[in-house]
Ligand binder design. Structure first.
Ligand code: AMP
Length: 445
């Protein structure tokens, strides 16, 4: 099937052609016709499946089809007609780029707004008139309360990576936004995983949503080769260096659980002459954007990231993802390794697992219904005398790991990685055990 069969207009087809895509991905094949019909869609698609184009292309087509008013010189009269909410700045930027690419030959203006950067420039851009707004919830509501953003004419609302928005405690902000936008609208909800909360969100905000899923829930892409290297915690850095060096890996995304861990690992790799940068919630937006650009352009070989900061990272042909530490929330594993093997390309996801993390590994294997291949690297065999110790997930404590008799140190609250939007999700989502667990983990540093 080609894109032209989907019923998209010529300007959109021309923009798609320039990107080099020839056939729609499975999620695009399923979602685009429904969205074009005007249905509310609840889509289960993880990042890397082409989901962004899956909602952006029909969104543009629908705006084009339903264009009512024209203003100066036949240009559309601008007001915000489509609103795309994303959990993080990185994802907002990524979606924004997609919208720009696909709307290149349409007369629409789009912009992105998110926290952590100067608000005045965003205000000026919006005042000039915008058709499509891509936003993180916090900054959006800020601008709504300042009466800069008017959402009263929104026709299409998209919640992208809705599961992550809930995990980050944005439920109340989302509810506020939904109250402001018109009742009669099209609502599209995209989520990598389907929890009860997501289904509840969908039934509350959508009208007779049609469910589309491209692969079984919580599966990992078959194109990603996954492997676990059992190793002692104290030797992980060394092993990572060996893998990068021996394998001549040129572009590696490495995940750590904490910001502090990301910084330390980055410093270590730099000392080994491996050009590396770290991105996490404590870095300024400028530093994050620069690190990401350097990584994409292969000016650095390793990008060390925390889960939140890595959301929305989309790099063509990213060949290697390393879990330096396993996430304690199994869904995060699916998200992390979705950074490689994107859009049908092959990729490799390597996890360095110490004895403390065996429970996390079991949780991941249960969620993804698979056993991950274990390969012991010669010279890095685990020391069988080291006993597993619980990874301490309590706020303010360091992970106990294999260090014994270490007094947990108090951490500053700014050490957690939840300040993407200066939110404190713990205060809002206490009722949800899963989130509590996740938030505690993020507080570790
Ligand atoms: P996403 O899941 O939206 O993050 O997209 C993952 C990657 O797939 C991005 O690099 C897109 O540019 C790419 N992509 C999207 N649609 C297609 C397509 N139909 N054919 C090939 N690549 C695509």
């Amino acid at each position: 099937m080609s894109f032209s069969k989907l019923g998209l207009c010529e300007p959109i087809l021309k923009a798609i052609k320039e990107t080099g895509y020839t056939t729609p991905t499975p999620i695009q094949k399923k979602a685009i016709p429904l969205i074009l019909k005007g249905d509310d869609v609840l889509a289960g698609a993880q990042t890397g499946t082409g989901k962004t184009a899956g909602f952006t292309l029909p969104l543009l087509e629908n705006l084009h089809k339903h264009q009512k008013q024209t203003g100066h010189r036949g240009q559309p009269k601008r007001h915000i007609r489509a609103l795309i909410l994303t959990p993080t700045r990185e994802l907002a930027a990524q979606v924004g780029e997609n919208v720009q690419t696909y709307s290149k030959y349409l007369p629409y203006k789009s912009t992105i707004i998110f926290g952590g950067v100067n608000i005045n420039r965003q205000i000026n851009t919006i005042k000039q008139g915008i058709d499509i707004l891509i936003a993180t919830p916090g900054r959006l509501l800020d601008l709504v309360s300042q009466k800069v953003v008017d959402l009263s004419k929104v026709e299409i609302l998209v919640l992208d990576e809705a599961d992550r928005m809930l995990d980050m405690g944005f439920i109340h902000d989302i509810k506020k936004v939904v109250k402001i936008v018109p009742k009669s609208r099209q609502t599209l909800l995209f989520s990598a995983t389907f929890s009860k909360e997501i289904k509840a969100l969908a039934s509350g905000f959508q009208t007779n949503p049609i469910l589309v899923e491209v692969s079984v829930q919580n599966t990992t892409s078959e194109r990603v080769e996954q492997v676990v290297h059992p190793v002692d915690k104290s030797r992980k850095r060394e092993l990572l260096y060996k893998l990068i060096n021996d394998g001549q890996w040129q572009q590696v995304l490495v995940f750590t659980r904490t910001k502090h861990g990301a910084n330390k690992l980055c410093e270590y790799l730099q000392k080994q002459n491996i050009p590396s940068s770290a991105i996490h919630g404590n870095k300024s937006q400028g530093a994050r954007t620069k690190a990401l650009a350097n990584f994409k352009e292969k000016k650095i070989r390793v990008l060390v990231a925390t889960d939140i900061a890595a959301r929305g990272i989309d790099i063509d042909m990213l060949p290697h993802v390393v879990n330096f530490e396993l996430p304690n929330v199994p869904e995060d594993y699916v998200h992390r390794i979705g950074r490689t093997g994107r859009a049908g390309r092959a990729g490799e996801a390597v996890s360095l697992v110490c004895v403390d993390e065996n429970d996390f590994l079991r949780g991941i294997e249960r969620l993804t219904s698979q056993k991950i291949k274990k390969v012991v690297i010669k010279g890095y065999e685990v020391d069988p005398t080291i006993q597993a110790e619980p990874v301490n997930l309590g706020r303010g404590n360091r992970g106990g790991g294999q260090k014994r008799n270490s007094t947990p140190k108090k951490k500053k609250s700014s050490d957690n990685d939840w300040n993407e939007e200066k939110k404190k999700p713990n205060s809002r989502n206490r009722s949800r055990n899963r989130n509590r667990n996740r938030n505690k983990s993020k507080a570790l540093d």
